[in-house]
Design a protein around this ligand. Structure first.
Ligand code: PMP
Length: 362
């Protein structure tokens, strides 16, 4: 009876008509190196403690969770250090919910968010969903940013929110604190520094600039270095006024009791969960070196992934790798592919598959 009913029959918002749900393919293959996850699951002991923490929350699942997630925010503040307090921290279901809340609060109809391309492919989606105009300015040819470029772009577009991703996804390029400091000192826009991959980076965090710039926001995630992508926990550090803005737009009880409990166990075992960060950064550096020696064009990466090319037909190379059980990501500038750092065996599988394919390079 309703079999021929489709999305076209629904009053979808005009700007969403024709849009497709977005996301990297989730395929079951032996070697998954496509979404910059940490390849190491929590140990048996940590798993058990997470399970026990979830059981403990189950005793009051008839009640709503702690709406302000204060205990979790206290633990996150302690993890970040830099003199941050719980009122400087806000947490949500992944840093993509953090970013959506920031754009809901500071973007919206008639306002712009500015980003520097190539960059994270979800930003235009957050912008669209919050009815914020997404404006982009290209990075320099080597994918770096300098203060002049950012400030000129701000002067040209007059955004209320500026996204600086460091290390940047998909290029792995870091932006120095001197650049962020000069930008923050010369604009009234909210500068969101997306540090999703900061733990892998050799450079300092923008957290140290927070005391001087109340419009500066540092966004972080437990999905990457903390190996908790499935737990869905992202957070920000900023002036308490920014946190107040997020508290206005968040859905009530947005962070489930189980999420809060599991994240707190993960933070208690931070040393163990973060133990592989240096090793993964070293795998990414090793892969860069290996690729360079074989004539690939490799973008210098300060993160746990590597962007490389240039392939006349990148989709073909992506498919050939997949045929050999290795899933990487077709993203970034035309002709390039991105691979995450995995275990030594996974990296060997990627190198073997590339050697086997011997792709044509431009
Ligand atoms: N920012 C950047 C730059 C990312 O690459 C990602 C994940 N790929 C995110 C934010 C979102 O991560 P999550 O929602 O898992 O915290």
């Amino acid at each position: 009876m309703t079999g021929d009913f489709t999305l076209a029959d629904l009053p979808l918002r005009a700007d969403l008509v024709g849009a497709e749900p977005y996301g990297a393919p989730q395929l079951v293959v032996p070697v998954v190196l496509n979404v910059n996850e940490n390849p190491y699951p929590p140990s048996e002991a940590v798993r058990r403690e997470m399970a026990e923490a979830v059981v403990a929350t189950a005793g009051s699942l008839n009640r709503y969770p702690e709406r302000e997630a204060l205990a979790l925010r206290k633990d996150l503040a302690a993890y970040l250090g830099h003199g941050l307090r719980p009122e400087n921290i806000w947490a949500a279901n992944g840093s993509n919910e953090i970013m959506s809340q920031l754009l809901t609060a500071f973007g919206g109809p008639g306002r712009k968010v500015l980003a520097f391309t190539p960059t994270y492919s979800m930003y235009p989606e957050y912008a669209r969903n919050t009815c914020t105009s997404y404006v982009t300015v290209p990075r320099r040819p080597d994918h770096t940013l300098d203060a002049r470029l950012v400030l000129d772009a701000i002067a040209e577009h007059d955004p209320t929110v500026v996204l600086v991703t460091t290390p940047n996804n998909p290029t792995g390029t870091s932006t120095g604190l001197d650049v962020i400091e000069e930008v923050a000192a010369n604009t009234d826009a909210v500068i969101v520094v997306d540090e999703a991959y900061q733990e892998f980076s050799q450079g300092p965090s923008a957290l140290e600039l927070l005391p001087r710039f109340p419009r500066l926001v540092v966004s972080r995630t437990m999905s990457k270095a903390f190996a908790l992508a499935g737990g869905r926990v992202g957070y920000l550090a900023a002036h308490p006024a920014v946190v107040d803005a997020c508290r206005i737009v968040r859905l009530p009880y947005h962070l489930s009791a189980q999420t809060q409990a599991v994240a707190r166990v993960a933070l208690r075992h931070g040393d163990e969960l973060l133990a592989r960060v240096d090793e993964l950064a070293a795998e990414a550096r090793g892969l860069q070196q290996w690729l360079r020696e074989r004539g690939y064009d490799v973008v210098p990466s300060d993160a746990n992934f590597v962007l490389f090319g240039r392939f006349p037909d990148r989709h073909r190379v992506w498919q050939q790798l997949l045929d050999r059980g290795v899933l990487i990501r077709e993203t970034g500038p035309e002709g390039y592919l991105r691979a995450s750092a995995g275990t030594p065996d996974e990296m060997a599988a990627l190198r073997d598959a590339l050697t086997d394919i011997a792709p044509t390079l431009e």
